[in-house]
Design a protein around this ligand. Structure first.
Ligand code: PLP
Length: 751
């Protein structure tokens, strides 16, 4: 067996992370393809727990033993089976004892003299003094009745695309430039990608399960039922010249919040149904019916639904639960539901999500794109919990509350408030609100501040590409306007500001060119004009800058990045200064149902424990890599504000205490061949994946991922070289292997 380089690197990385304890997990691949090794899935090593419970039966601890959590394994195997995948390799690490297959390993791998897992290979990765130190493979040999041991040979021609971050990983490997071209041109689907763009396996499985149960063609899941409903209503509002919403709703909170959507609303009498002939698609009529027992109603009124279908008037049912029966009358366009685990179920009570079920192909495809942009995604962890419940039929679908669980949030609020307390201390803010993703946090602030009477947003510098898309693509039916100013054009700001300006938005450090806008200057102007000042501070992190000290009103972070660092968490946060802003944001978050999963907040809080220490290393590593590159003969230009040659060097000195790990650069060989020569090398310590703030150093040809279809002129306008390479330095203690990797790849570009 040949282990792809990226896969082996991930197994080693988990060994290093768990050091001085043992880690364990699986490499999974396609059932039909004997050689396929696609994804590394670390599992929970429960050895310490077993030892604590029964030291006599389990004398070992995680320091010298491993036991994969059987429950986690069972759930995984079930979902792999549905996907046509299987476990190909079981791996574990050996801290400080070298790479060998021990007698205990052998004993665990056999049963009655035969292989316990026929066809499965064992991989042992040695971790010596916290560093990777070789690996071996062990395969059961039927003839000898023993294991054949071979040293691991990494595959130098690896093109496999793996998941980064384990079971709930948030990004995927993009192994070659050719692979990226194929994906961008629609000739290759990504199995794993950045979590907001390529739904994680658990989310895909849940959507499949729900659509199969509901008799509709599609299921699209969201962070809550209310979000699902609101995303749909706004989509309908935006995709037609006019919308008239006729609704019958029981909950006051929901009917009150509908008014925030700026859609003309009319009450519908469910006892005395409106004649279909009085409705028309042309005048934008849409029906929304919230009901506790839709089944009877749907059966009784099938003729009414049929007439609405003929008139092409969309009908939405907002119901307590996804249907587990075959009711899909002609005319019903959308079924929107809340999904929630029962409150009684101990540690996972009140886990929630939402779903839109529909057979409308085009509309669901468009809603999927909007979900990527707005970011109200369902956590893969929640999806895994729901799947388990659905598959074991533990959830009685009829008894899931239609309310979005706001009342249950009290229980998880302690984790959330610990997170926001800590962030408020770091950022000098007064309140913090957690969201399902960074984009969802940006979406909330943008939609809270931008109104009909204040349609204008002023953007300073280059925004994250999706924030730009959100700004430009949403609100098509409104008179939204965005004005873009370069960092050197700040003197124009006072003349542009008007009573139509909703907000000024910028980023503390821009991505990927590392520019640093003068927050102090902008803050002074914004404050004197009374215009809200919003900053996405993801690239600076709370450790390197406190934008509120310079007059910023809203600070946003994608917690998916530095704050978690582990590549297995997705989330976002908005921090505010004034109580008035906090109240408005709290209400917005509530009525949209944009809340973070309690499971994600637990992971985030855990990761945040050593955030400050990690951030110091991100800063030193970023600076060291920038210096190394700037002195390399194969490099043309380096973008990192620690370098005196960078245009933001002095502003960064004034505002930032560290520059972070994002370092971009261009090669002297500007051609695509040059990029390919660099990128397609087999790195041993660096992973080729998008995202930043990851504890492990990542690399990607950034503009190829975010601006692939832009013309040369468009790229020129934003000063983005097409073949720019972005390194997201990790917080590794030893930078030598990373610099070694970079040097090797750079030398390949010199002809
Ligand atoms: N802001 C910045 C600067 C980012 O780089 C990103 C993601 O890359 C986001 C916001 C969006 O965060 P998320 O991916 O958590 O939605």
């Amino acid at each position: 067996m040949v282990i792809p380089e990226n896969i082996l690197a991930q197994c080693h990385m988990h060994g290093v992370e768990a050091y001085p304890e043992e880690t364990c997990g699986f490499i999974v691949g396609n059932r039909e393809d004997q050689d396929s090794l696609e994804t590394v899935l670390p599992m929970r090593n429960i050895m310490n727990e077993l030892h604590e419970e029964d030291p006599e039966q389990y004398p070992r601890t995680a320091r010298d033993g491993y036991m994969i959590d059987p429950r986690e394994q069972m759930i995984l195997e079930r979902s792999l089976k549905k996907e046509g995948k299987e476990i190909k390799v079981i791996y574990h690490s050996h801290p400080d004892v070298g790479a060998y297959f021990s007698e205990k390993d052998k004993e665990d791998a056999m049963w009655n003299g035969k292989a316990r897992y026929p066809g499965v290979t064992f991989l042992v990765c040695a971790t010596t003094k916290g560093k990777p130190d070789g690996a071996i493979l062990a395969d059961f040999n039927e003839n000898s009745g023993d294991f054949d041991i071979t040293p691991v040979l990494p595959d130098s021609s690896s093109t496999s695309a793996g998941l980064v971050g384990g079971t709930y990983g948030v990004t995927g490997i993009l192994p070659t430039i050719k692979f990226i071209h194929e994906w961008k041109n629609g000739n290759r689907q990504l199995e794993h990608g950045y979590f907001r763009f390529v739904p994680p396996r658990q989310v895909r499985d849940l959507q499949q399960e729900l659509s199969a149960r509901s008799n509709g063609r599609h299921a699209l899941v969201y962070c809550s039922g209310r979000t699902a409903l609101f995303e749909l209503l706004v989509y309908l509002r935006e995709s037609r010249p006019q919308t008239n919403l006729h609704f019958s709703i029981n909950s006051t909170f929901l009917s009150e919040s509908l008014h925030n959507l700026e859609i003309p609303c009319h009450l519908l009498d469910i006892e005395n149904l409106i004649e279909p002939e009085n409705l028309s698609a042309k005048q934008g009529d849409v029906l929304l019916l919230e009901m506790k027992d839709p089944e009877t109603f749907l059966r009784k009124e099938s003729e009414w639904f049929g007439n609405l279908k003929r008139l092409r008037v969309p009908v939405i049912i907002f119901a307590a639960c996804p249907p587990d029966f075959e009711v899909w009358p002609g005319g019903l366009t959308y079924w929107v539901s809340n999904i929630k685990t029962p409150d009684s179920s101990s540690d996972i009570s009140g886990i929630e999500g939402g779903v839109i079920l529909s057979s409308a192909d085009r509309q669901i495809a468009e809603l999927t794109e909007i979900r990527k942009r707005n970011g109200p995604i369902l956590s893969a962890r929640n999806a895994a919990v729901f799947l388990e419940f659905f598959l074991e039929n533990k959830i009685d679908l009829k008894h899931i509350s239609v309310l979005s669980g706001i009342e249950n949030r009290q229980k998880v609020s302690s984790t959330e408030s610990l997170i926001s307390q800590r962030l408020c201390e770091w950022e000098h803010a007064s309140s913090g609100f957690l969201f399902p993703s960074g984009m969802s946090a940006i979406f909330a602030v943008l939609n809270l501040l931008r109104k009909k009477e204040k349609p204008q947003v002023i953007v300073i510098g280059l925004l994250y590409s999706e924030s730009y898309t959100l700004l430009m693509d949403s609100g098509l039916s409104s008179n939204w306007e965005a004005i873009f100013l370069g960092l050197a054009e700040l003197e124009r700001l006072p003349e542009i500001l008007s009573d139509k300006t909703a907000m000024i938005i910028t980023e503390t450090i821009t991505n990927p060119l590392g520019e640093v806008p003068d927050l102090e200057k902008i803050g002074n102007i914004a404050n004197s004009f009374g215009v809200p000042f919003v900053v996405d501070s993801t690239l600076a992190s709370p450790a390197n800058c406190q934008p509120m000290d310079y007059g910023v009103d809203y600070v946003i972070h994608s917690t998916t990045k530095y704050l978690s660092g582990s590549n297995d968490h997705g989330g976002g946060v908005v921090l505010v200064k004034s109580n008035e802003d906090a109240l408005a944001l709290e209400n917005f978050q509530k009525y949209w149902g944009l809340t973070i999963s309690p499971l994600e907040s637990v992971v985030l809080l855990e990761c945040m424990q050593d955030f400050e220490e990690r951030m110091e290393r991100f800063n030193t590593n970023g600076t060291a890599i920038a210096k190394f590159l700037s002195e390399h003969s194969a490099v043309a230009h380096v973008y990192h504000a620690s370098l005196p040659s960078h245009s933001s060097f002095s502003t960064a000195k004034k505002l930032l205490s560290g520059i972070g790990g994002v370092v971009s650069f261009t090669l002297k060989d500007e051609s695509e061949e040059g990029l390919q020569n660099f990128h397609d090398k087999d790195f041993s310590a660096i992973l080729k994946a998008p995202t930043l703030g990851s504890n492990q150093t990542l690399i990607c040809p950034y503009p190829m991922l975010t601006h692939y279809f832009d013309t040369d002129q468009e790229l020129e306008e934003i000063k983005l070289p097409r073949h720019l390479i972005r390194i997201a330095a990790g917080c590794e203690k030893d930078l030598a292997p990373i610099l070694g990797d970079l040097n090797g790849a750079l030398l390949r570009t010199i002809r």
